[in-house]
Design a protein around this ligand. Sequence first.
Ligand code: PLP
Length: 405
Amino acid sequence: SETWEELPLAPPDSIFKLTAAYKVDTFPKKVNLGVGAYRDDNNKPWVLPVVRKAEQILANDQALDHEYLPITGLPEYTTGAARLILGPDSPALKEGRVVSVQTISGTGANHLAALFLSRFYYHGAPKQVYLSDPTWANHHAILKNVGIEPISYSYYDPKTVSLDFDGMTNSLKNAPPRSVFLLHACAHNPTGIDPTQEQWKVIADIAIEKNHYAFFDCAYQGFASGDLDRDAQAVRYFVERGVPMLVCQSFAKNAGLYGERVGALHVITPTEPAADRVKSQLSVLQRSEISNPPSHGARIVSLILNDAGLFEEWKRDIRTMAGRIIDMRKELHLLLTEELKTPGNWDHIINQIGMFSFTGISAEQSKILTENAHVYLTTNGRISMAGLNSKNIRYFAESLDKVVR
Ligand code: PLP
């Protein structure tokens, strides 16, 4: 028989499918709230001014070549990236207990972390990782790819459109000891709902008591609050408490380097010799997967992280992005509650943080928004706040108002 005759056709990725449908729509007021990428007030992708500057520096540097990077990546990039997430005074960094490997953005970090755990963590126990319900859809696929079974833990309470903290702590308590919990470091995708500092403390207490492993995914540092340090608080706190853990890091959103695929995996180990062993095994895995990571994006981020002037400029650019998103939240909230008097409580719009807002509308209402109003969003009711701007926010608020009435 014909080769591939038995091969089933896979469905297209839902987000990319949504973007394709938006692109061919000719309705002038169409709005794309699907994809998680920053847009400026003119609905255009934004190259950060500090990134332009770093690219100029690279373009003029005659000493640069296109040789391979080391297997674990550009050293000044990975050390800068570790300092950024763990903090310049991190005891774990000072004690040489952190292994940092450059990866293919956050997705690659998640994959390498999952692959590493699947090989070396379980010692015969069932290969499982606990994921928040809901989570970034790709988490499920990434885990399954390496033979790990995703298990859901309670996270979101649709009745209150807020964190189901009791459900979450019960999941943590009821899981077998040494379970792996994937935690969003900040700006939870898709809900925009994070635990408070007090709640993180309780989560760490249970993790320590049960000897759980924290698998942090940090795709939005700086994007949530506009402050890089504040958005790293949960991660740094867990390091301080000594929870066994790793962190997946992405510069896609906070540096606007989506297509350059700049990321890192940081494994925090108990001792320096343990770090050496982990690094040796990660290197073996990385070698067979990608040989060595790409250099351009890492060079850009390395310049920004290691130059005080550029670093300050980057922080300004991050505040510009986070600030615009926070402004859109306030404006949408105002339009719904004050002007349109839309039925229901919309306070979650201003309480949630980061790129996304979980509106709480049903799949049916989401579909009607797309079909009748040409507003493109995922059917879970999640909207990307970055898709809103001063020109389309009123149209969106009015469309949302209509659909919930
Ligand atoms: N993790 C989460 C929760 C995300 O939302 C994303 C991107 O949407 C990523 C990881 C990885 O993104 P990237 O591979 O572009 O860095």
